[in-house]
Design a protein around this ligand. Structure first.
Ligand code: ADP
Length: 485
């Protein structure tokens, strides 16, 4: 089997820069693909943290004027970790969140910043950077969405293109007046090009022009073809259904492994489940909760936005407390939701605790110590936190949407009779249904032997990148074979 050379393009990559699951996927997938005969080089913007992490990397190319300033490509090589950093200080030399300025609003030149990334990707695809001649280009999310457009409209070498949607809610839509400034020709502004309701749609361009579209779960791939889930793009996605695939995410088993995790207080494995108790007491202490091994401890880890449904938990909070349970919340996002959780923690001190912010280490400690992870998302393309929870023996309690529908087995009567079940699902995502799911969870909690069996089931799930990487590799090979025919 010949080796495939892939160029991945993304705005985030763990461990260099991360605001969400996109970074985890972009960071871990190349290593898994290496075992499938795919060599990936990942092109990422040179934010200060990224340039800092590559200060010894070689300069492999320069651009005299990239959207208003000089730029260069820094390159590192390694099995599954080869990176090209686009160091363009006028575009990316800004600390903090990759997308937002100090006022919390999008940078006004985000169109230029990410068009530049996509344009450079197309240049590499075209063979302009020596030592790099990829067989295909794999663009992640709207920030890389224009890459297939540049390949189509300005490249001379039409290589295969794949676009992965990690979240259809973020589309990168900009005024049409930017067409020329972004380096797009007038003929790109059509219904099957970059035009989107009279504007320029970065993600839309990728969805219209890429040879293959993937999203991060089979259920989400189906949902986004409906008016309810399509966020304005369902018509296009229906039209391109033959090119659309749902491939589940995995997690990096080296980073998320309770037996070796340096970020948790007490390491444990499937066979040493009682060791979780020490982690639970640390979490209870950290969140100001009453120390009690027998109290059911729910946790939330994630962005506090409407998508994730944290308001449903706030609405069901009295019911949760009525069950005698505790709640620990780690997250940041909408200021109103942050305030409401802080107020709930103050009102129910000892039973509800919250940490507003982003804390990778605490997220690990929570997965190791909470009993159940709440993910009541209104929509969820893939979701990673529930995969981490499975691996750490925290039972996920999730809305049955998107990737949450595809990654766990509801512990209903049939599942229990068959000896399976890895979590609890509810539908639709409402506080009433969440409340019933909380009650079901409490019932299971009152049966320790059964709870332990479910934990074992969860911890034995294969949440690695092995199967997903094989799917991506098969998709790449099929695409290349089709283009060679
Ligand atoms: P999304 O990408 O929609 O935010 P995912 O579940 O796919 O959601 O991925 C979220 C990732 O970010 C997970 O690795 C999760 O542990 C991490 N994460 C989210 N919020 C926080 C936080 N406040 N502190 C630490 N890690 C967080």
């Amino acid at each position: 089997m010949s080796t495939i050379k892939a160029l991945a393009i993304a705005s985030e990559m763990f461990p260099f820069v991360k605001t969400g699951g996109l970074a985890d996927v972009v960071g871990a997938l190349p290593q898994a693909l290496a075992n499938e005969g795919v060599e990936t080089v990942t092109l990422i913007p040179g934010y200060p943290s990224v340039v800092h992490a590559h200060d010894t990397a070689a300069q492999v190319h320069t651009f005299n004027n990239l959207f208003g300033g000089p730029a260069r490509l820094l390159g590192t090589r390694g099995a599954g970790t080869a990176v090209l950093v686009l160091d363009a200080p006028h575009l990316y030399g800004r600390p903090g969140n990759p997308y937002l300025g100090p006022d919390g609003k999008d940078w006004p030149d985000n169109a230029q910043r990410f068009a530049a990334l996509a344009w450079v990707a197309a240049q590499i695809a075209d063979g302009a950077v020596s030592g790099h001649a990829p067989d295909l280009l794999h663009a992640h999310d709207w920030q890389a969405g224009l890459a297939p457009a540049f390949v189509r409209f300005s490249g001379s070498r039409r290589i295969g293109t794949v676009v992965t949607v990690h979240n259809l809610a973020f589309q990168g839509v900009f005024p049409r007046t930017l067409l020329q400034p972004l380096g797009l020709p007038p003929e790109a502004f059509t219904l099957d090009g970059v035009e989107y309701y009279g504007m320029i749609g970065f993600l839309k361009a990728g969805l219209a022009l890429a040879d293959r579209i993937t999203t991060v779960s089979p259920t989400y791939a189906a949902e986004i073809r409906t008016p309810e889930g399509g966020m304005g793009l369902d018509g296009l996605l229906r039209a391109r259904a033959h090119a659309l695939h749902g491939i589940l995410n995995g997690i990096d088993e080296a980073v998320w492994n309770p037996a070796t995790d340096p970020m948790i207080a007490m390491r444990y494995s499937d066979a040493l489940l009682p060791h979780r108790a020490a982690n639970k007491s640390i979490v209870q202490e950290r969140f100001g909760l009453v120390a009690s091994p027998t109290t059911l401890l729910f946790g939330i880890i994630g962005r506090l936005t409407t998508q994730k449904g944290p308001d449903l938990v706030l609405d069901a909070l009295e019911a949760l407390l009525g069950l005698g349970a505790q709640l620990a919340v780690l997250g940041s996002g909408d200021s109103d939701l942050e305030r409401r959780f802080a107020a709930a923690a103050a009102r129910h001190a000892g039973r509800v605790g919250c940490v507003i912010g982003y804390d990778e280490g605490l997220a690990h400690q929570m997965q190791a110590g909470i009993d159940a992870l709440l993910v009541p998302s209104r929509f969820e393309p893939g979701g990673l936190t529930q995969l981490c929870a499975l691996r750490y023996g925290a039972l996920p309690v999730v809305a049955r949407v998107g990737g949450l529908a595809d990654t766990l087995i509801d512990a209903n009567e049939a599942a229990l009779a068959a000896g399976t079940g890895t979590g609890i699902q509810f539908t639709p995502p409402s506080s009433e249904m969440l409340q019933i799911a909380l009650e079901r969870t409490a019932q299971l909690w009152r049966q320790p032997a059964l709870w332990r069996r479910l934990q074992h089931n969860a911890m034995r799930c294969d949440v690695s990148w092995r199967r997903p990487a094989a799917h991506y590799a098969a998709l790449y090979r099929e695409l290349l074979a089709e283009r060679a025919a």
